[in-house]
Write a protein that binds this ligand. Structure first.
Ligand SMILES: Nc1ncnc2c1ncn2[C@@H]1O[C@H](COP(=O)(O)OP(=O)(O)OP(=O)(O)O)[C@@H](O)[C@H]1O
Ligand SMILES: [Mg+2]
Length: 301
């Protein structure tokens, strides 16, 4: 039961989208999935079709008891995909809990890990993190076996990824090597030279960590979250492509399917041929991109 924290301190890069996409892909393969929403914005909660939950992760963290998470688990509102997706919902009150955690000299960092102890019955657990490196994200990193970093193909992305990798390694040093860094999902990759340029920058900086394929910028992906539906359940243009991308990422993150994580075992080297397959702009000449073109296709506006 790998517990995967999906992180980046930058807002809006697609952490929640990747959590939902990977959860859907995993369920579509018949697996039982639990999503733990650690973001006070509660986007994963509403994305999974849960509104005004009675019990949330906020109360769980407040109790500070081993196994407390179990009492907050509920079914998601998603249609059946083969496997089931359950949820530990979040609420805005979690923001206050973070302030309170900061005053607890003993349990500030590992309350979520304590609450998750003894958890069984799931093939995958995904933790959606808030856009910060604060105590909620730190709690997720203390509870996780591995980390998936989500990055956008944009200026400063490499700097942001470096920061979260550094923090993850610092925690891993204190936890006997956990969490491992499973890889970097590059999300919102539009069909522009600008996106290609920054995508290649990320791939050059982390050739062993950037996972294939990148997730394309597609209106269907945003529509799925906004409509509280798994992208796998949508039939409109773009949804099938996105579902396929999440399926491939999901298989790659599943050691049983021969995928394995980038940081564990043999490093996964981004395959240029594969990259070209999913990323037609890959061949662009970097020199020609000194002034990035800002044209965008209609689906990106
Ligand atoms: N591949 C994609 N194609 C189109 N839209 C996307 C894609 N990925 C994310 N989005 C949209 O971009 C917005 C931000 O995505 P998301 O909420 O997943 O980011 P986040 O990193 O979780 O944000 P936050 O840091 O606020 O939690 C959402 O409206 C989402 O629907
Ligand atoms: Mg989010």
């Amino acid at each position: 039961m790998p517990v995967t924290a999906v992180v980046n301190q930058k807002g809006g890069v697609g952490k929640t989208t990747v959590v939902l996409g990977l959860a859907a892909a995993s369920a579509a393969r018949g697996r039982s999935v639990l999503v733990v929403d650690m973001d006070p914005q509660a986007n994963a909660t509403t994305g999974l079709g849960v509104f005004d939950p009675a019990v949330t992760v906020d109360q769980v963290l407040g109790r500070d008891e081993p196994g407390a998470l179990r009492d907050a688990v509920q079914s998601s509102g998603w249609p059946a995909l083969g496997g089931r997706v359950d949820l530990v919902p979040s609420a805005p009150s979690l923001a206050q809990r973070e302030l309170q955690l900061a005053t607890d000299v003993i349990g500030a960092q590992d309350r979520l890990a304590v609450a998750m102890s003894g958890l069984t019955g799931y093939d995958d657990v995904f933790i959606d993190c808030p856009p910060s490196l604060g105590l909620l994200t730190v709690n997720a990193l203390f509870a996780a076996d591995r980390v998936v970093v989500v990055a956008e193909p944009a200026a400063w992305s490499v700097d942001g990824v470096e920061q979260i990798l550094r923090n993850t390694r610092r925690i891993a040093e204190r936890r006997g090597g956990r969490p491992e860094i499973a890889g970097i999902v590059v999300n919102r990759v539009g069909r522009t030279r600008d996106a290609s340029y920054w995508y290649l920058e990320l791939r050059d900086a982390y050739p062993d960590l950037v996972l294939q394929p990148p997730v394309r910028l597609r209106a269907a992906v945003a529509e799925a979250s906004a409509g509280s539906q798994p992208v796998h359940a949508l039939t409109r243009g773009g949804a099938t492509e996105a579902a396929e991308q999440f399926d491939r990422l999901s298989r790659q993150l599943d050691p049983a399917s021969g995928g394995g994580s980038a940081a564990g075992g043999a490093p996964h080297r981004a395959d240029p041929a594969q990259g070209r397959d999913v990323h037609p702009d890959d061949h662009v000449d970097r020199g020609a991109l000194a002034v990035p073109a800002m044209t965008s296709a209609p689906w990106e506006r």
